[in-house]
Design a protein around this ligand. Sequence first.
Ligand SMILES: Cc1ncc(COP(=O)(O)O)c(C=O)c1O
Length: 425
Amino acid sequence: LETQPSLTHEQLQSLEQELAKIYQNYCSLNLKLDLTRGKPGTEQLELSNALDGILQGNYCLPNGTDLRNYGGLDGLPEMKTLGGQLLGVHDHEILVGGNSSLTLMFQYLAMAFAWGVQGKETAWNREDAPKFLCPVPGYDRHFSICEELGISLIPVPLTGEGPDMDQVESLVKQDASIKGMWCVPRFSNPTGEVYSDQTVDRIAALGKTAGPNFRVMWDNAYAVHAFEKDAPPLSNVMERCRAHGTEDSVIITGSTSKITFAGAGVAFLGTSPNNLDIFKKHLNALTIGPDKVNQWRHVLFLKDLDGIQKHMDKQAQIIRPKFEIVLKHLSSSLDGKKMGNWTQPKGGYFISFNTLPGLAKEVVHLSAEAGVKLTPAGATYPYNKDPDNSNIRIAPTFPSLEDIDQAMQVFTTCVQLVSVRHFLK
Ligand SMILES: Cc1ncc(COP(=O)(O)O)c(C=O)c1O
């Protein structure tokens, strides 16, 4: 369909009728498709099935550690080494947690809020109105943690190579009640962008200009999740922090959730030894120790960074075609029609689509009526408020290729229909 806003009113009307007919046809098919779930597909999970049984009944390590018993608050040394390689920190700068990095983020922030990052007098809840910067569009669960703690969120636009750093630096300099910032530095959720070297360096330097006890939450959830060979690398934030003397200002997290099993992986938190000591005191009140059995299974299964890389190459083979289908539909239906724009990531789990301003909710609504579930419009912004009502997150990893193909036909029809109706107004 050739759709241009420059078409005459009559041409647009007939196009609207044509698209409405196609749309009605989809509605009659009783589809039940879902592009909302940013989780691994079954085929990806199956790549890690060897985790089961890998210990072969050997629960005791040569050094005498009984994996089945309590203890080891900050994780097995071998798992620290593996996590350190993943996050780019030394063994003495990392702690190994349970299955979820999101839990570690919540725990760190809850501690910072209530008990302080350096003792009681540094608790963020002593501020009248503690705030956090959040690059947008972003990850709704980051927003939820802050909302839960009563930390207000200030959106900052992403540029394609990370947050707009001029804005970030100026906000942080002016307002000491800004206590931190969220970052998903590689294959950001949902834009898929990778922070540039310069951006990483400027973020590492923030600790010098921000108010006291400022913390960057560096959520490197997609550290090794490239599905294209030429995906840009990410520079090492801790190295940049060392250069600036700001090691205390960054909290790096990651996990094997999207490497092995999303619900039964291993999570890590990397930061300065000083921060780790304080965090571990709180952790000690919370747990006697993490699941060392699962940690050791991961050490044996993944071995080292090279092992992780080889494993991720297999994941890439599964994920790449799914992204290709989404991009093929977007480009064949929408190229040159000025009805939206979208990202073309080289890794991660998402494609970020922007409708014309004001149309995202209607596109999501029409898609849902035709049996295609999309992440609610607004979910990628704090307080569900996308000021442009234009961003939609597409998550293609979980559905089958056939389902993505069908869902994208419906989605692109809805984008065209809603846009043409908008042109007709
Ligand atoms: C940016 C980001 N961080 C963290 C997570 C969850 O990580 P975990 O499973 O380690 O809690 C996700 C999951 O979608 C994510 O997209």
